[in-house]
Write a protein that binds this ligand. Sequence first.
Ligand SMILES: C[S@@+](CC[C@H](N)C(=O)[O-])C[C@H]1O[C@@H](n2cnc3c(N)ncnc32)[C@H](O)[C@@H]1O
Length: 350
Amino acid sequence: MSDSQVETLSKQFKYFSEKVYPGSSPLYQGLSARIAEDPEILSLASESRKGEIVPNLFFATVHFLLLQGTEHPLSAFFPSLCSSSGGGGDPYPYFRSFCLENKNRIRCLASSKRVQTNEVQRCACLLPAFELVARESRGGPLSLVDIGASAGLNLLWDRYGYDYGTGRKYGNVNSPVQISCTVRGDPKPPIPEIFPSVESRLGIDLNPIEVRDTEEMLWLKSLVWPEHTKRAELLQRAIELARRDPPRVISGDVVDVLPGVLSELPRHSTLCVFHSHTVYQFPQELRDRLLSQITELSRKRDLFEVSFEWWRGKDQPSLELSRVRDGKRREELLAYCSPHGEWLQWVQRT
Ligand SMILES: C[S@@+](CC[C@H](N)C(=O)[O-])C[C@H]1O[C@@H](n2cnc3c(N)ncnc32)[C@H](O)[C@@H]1O
């Protein structure tokens, strides 16, 4: 690895320790600050798959090996593995020795896996957007396409229960997956008492994650930062639910497969493509291609696009709805949301 590559990666770990992990993962915050100063570990991290967010991917590989049962004193510092963790001592020497002892396994995982966190909590933000789509299509059934679906868990949003702190529950109150989300301020989002009906649901992903594959599920769990034990529990419950009747996620680059997928969806249904925490990571050229492809496809059939993305340069993720018809799109900002969907601030006025 060249000096300039080491320097770039060091800056990335430093950035994550100062801007991304604080307030969310004290463990990764401390470790990434130290990695930024450690050429040997930086060199190992540099072998991560190109195009991925290296700190998140690198930590996930270590987390994966620990969750898989690799015995090491480092596990004592991971709240996901040890409930009494975080008590004391400096984890870095243990982290360093773990990385060096497991170099080959880390290399192999980091160069082949992707950051594909599937966050079901985000369904709490998507739900009012789906409700708006259903209202505008006069209650017709929805045909949903999730771009960058990962394991497809967000396609199953209507099998979950929701609590927005309004004193009542929504959706399936008996579901093992119960999602809480705080609504900030006014106006209030349109949360439906009766959920929109879904005619078909399909995910597209470069690398679909199979919910019945134990190792792939372990990888999904490794992507959850170690302090986020409630998120990990919710994920586990969503996985168990999805395993009974898994969502269909097809493999491919969205711009290659979307036209074929859309042409096969039931004619009488309302077409709604959605994406969360996916498109903002696309290179600009791919993002532009997707945008013009969707706009072009609307010449054949009207469609809605729901976007929950954290656009570059913005302080927080936003939820947007585009009505795309006859080659024209009308975009509307609906809400600001936390990255994982723990809160939602509705801004659209009906
Ligand atoms: C961070 S995950 C988000 C998963 C899910 N949307 C969620 O919010 O929980 C992004 C997903 O997009 C997929 N992806 C990235 N580029 C893609 C592309 N060009 N076509 C299809 N999927 C893509 C990745 O494989 C990954 O599974």
